[in-house]
Design a protein around this ligand. Sequence first.
Ligand code: TXA
Ligand code: MG
Length: 318
Amino acid sequence: MTNASHIHSLTSENIAIAANVLKAGDLVAFPTETVYGLGADATNGLAVAKIFDVKGRPYFNPLIVHLPDIESALSVAFFGKQAEALAQKLWPGALTLVLARRPDTKLSQLVSSGLSTVALRVPAHEGTRSLLKEVGRPIAAPSANRSGRMSPTTAQHVRAAFDDEVTVILDGGPCQIGIESSVIDLSDGKPTLLRPGGVPLEVLENALGQVITTSMCSIDNPRSPGILGPHYSPSIPLHLDTLLSGPGEALLAFGQVTGATLNLSASGDLREAAANLFAHLHTLDDGQYSSIAVTPIPDDGLGRAINDRLRRAATSEE
Ligand code: TXA
Ligand code: MG
């Protein structure tokens, strides 16, 4: 793997090296049958934060977690009868299931953007599954493009988008399907198609034996009302850009701040802050405090996504 191009063929040796890169908390771009993904260890919040950073996302949206087989998927989320039926019939494949997270899962909160659900997919691409088996951990992976750009369907697309920022790109040739997976929400007993994709709606309805509702709003546009509803916000008020907390109020800090109840990153590291954001909000929302004061966070890089999330929570539009 010394090739300056960063593009590596899918040999077992390169898969083993890529697996170690993922375990060490770094990113690997890899092929799937739908589009190329930009992967990180889904149990490592810092690694997941890198995905948002490198993609240049101005907001957090939940990511798809990839697993090598149904058994490993069963260990991170609750599958009802409907989910089990779809998984048995259509996995591995271009189908993503949104399900309730198991409370004991080691998945980072950032992969779910603080939601109690998680999106899971077992991809069909043999090379991807070998990589997932070799890593032995769930892998979060959005499409490997910069925010707002087209999804990549070749390793060359990925390299052109990221240049030196993604050092390991596995090349599995052009993607067979070329559009993202279909995303269906089965977390509340009412099957809802959140994103049309590689598996047609008719095929899903056939497999499920019932009609599936389609969500009116694009899930890929978190500024649309549809995505706001299910997003997690604390049940108590948030006060932003303040260095002081009032009586009964928690102080959520960033950087060197005295009197912090919790600190997103004492060293002022935005990736660390992103990794801690949802977990800290959950912790402070446990009934002990009447509100949360948040100290200023720089509005650049990942700070934009952090501030966007905090502003939404503070105006409690949800
Ligand atoms: O084909 C694909 O699905 C590709 C390849 C790499 O697997 N991945 C992909 O991931 O497109 P991403 O992160 O770009 O798309 C994830 C989609 C988004 O529309 C997101 O909003 C939705 O799934 N999603 C993820 N978790 C969710 C959740 N807990 N609830 C609702 N929607 C969720
Ligand atoms: Mg995408």
